[in-house]
Design a protein around this ligand. Sequence first.
Ligand SMILES: *[C@@H]1O[C@H](CO)[C@@H](O)[C@H](O)[C@H]1NC(C)=O
Ligand SMILES: *[C@@H]1O[C@H](CO)[C@@H](O)[C@H](O)[C@H]1NC(C)=O
Ligand SMILES: *[C@@H]1O[C@H](CO)[C@@H](O)[C@H](O)[C@H]1NC(C)=O
Length: 318
Amino acid sequence: MKVQAATTFLCGLLSASVATAQGGPGGNNDFLSDGPFAFHVKGKGGNSSIDGYLTTLPTLATEWLLQYEAERYPKADNSSYRFYFNYTGGMQSQGDAAGFFVTDYVGASTNPVGLKGKAMSLRFDFNTNVGLALLGAGTAALSGFNADTKAFLAHYMDDSTFVPGHGPATQDYIYQYLHHLKLPAADLVKTYNFYTNVLPFQAIPSLNHYTASGKLYGALFSNGAGLLVEIRENAQQAVAQKGFDPVTWGVSTRNDLEEWAAWLASQGVKHSKILMGVKGWVLCLEDPDGKIVRLYTTEEEHEWCEPDKDDYWLNTPT
Ligand SMILES: *[C@@H]1O[C@H](CO)[C@@H](O)[C@H](O)[C@H]1NC(C)=O
Ligand SMILES: *[C@@H]1O[C@H](CO)[C@@H](O)[C@H](O)[C@H]1NC(C)=O
Ligand SMILES: *[C@@H]1O[C@H](CO)[C@@H](O)[C@H](O)[C@H]1NC(C)=O
């Protein structure tokens, strides 16, 4: 599968506006549409093989399922074997036009946003790479045809690394992806300076938020690996969260925590000793609002154990 950022989008809402922005043929809600196509599915395993066509199957709900039928030819007189490729002409995935597959289109009535046919989307079983293809669920999975007419999904996971029983190695999976965190601060600049000077976060001034009169009310930084954090001026929330530990950051080893403890001491930052967590070691520190920030080892772990108890640093219930 192609690997690309999260690609499921609202069909007919977002994608229609893309089409409009691209000046699609005929104006509103119009995509370029090729087809009909039949989907030939061929595969070979150890002792088995499949060779057939994809068709759709009505369910009791409004969505239809995509299913494989072991047929030698697509049934010419059956519209559920007929698919169309809708695209704007403006989106590409690694050089191939990206759009989405639609079925039940010719002669079909329009959906609430004025589009004909059922777009194909994927619904993944949580924490697996097992996806159910649904048609007409209101979203569309970005897909297309390669130069050799093989269909592709411009998708976000590398399923070659999937191990049954373990979550897939996804970065951008739509509901595992954390876009940004927001932390309250009584004094925005003070807290922001703490995160970007004492802690090693990278300021992103271009994303800062200002009121119409030019007052800074939200400031952003990044962990350098795609996660954004916003510090928002909100004294009431900052006071309410004093002593709470909303975020735990990962560090590699226990030795890293020792270096952190020395650095924090040199900066006069109040922090805990290195404590035992359930499966790693943890160091806790205070940010300028008295929220607890935790650093937790992710590479070096110990046997799972009863963690240390510490009312102040670990919020351990008694
Ligand atoms: C194929 O079938 C043989 C005989 O039943 C079996 O021993 C073998 O493990 C099978 N191979 C695969 C890859 O399933
Ligand atoms: C079309 O083919 C599907 C799958 O074989 C079948 O379930 C469906 O009843 C057929 N529809 C018509 C109108 O023949
Ligand atoms: C697909 O494109 C055709 C042609 O622009 C349009 O009539 C139809 O509504 C589109 N359907 C969907 C689901 O996008």
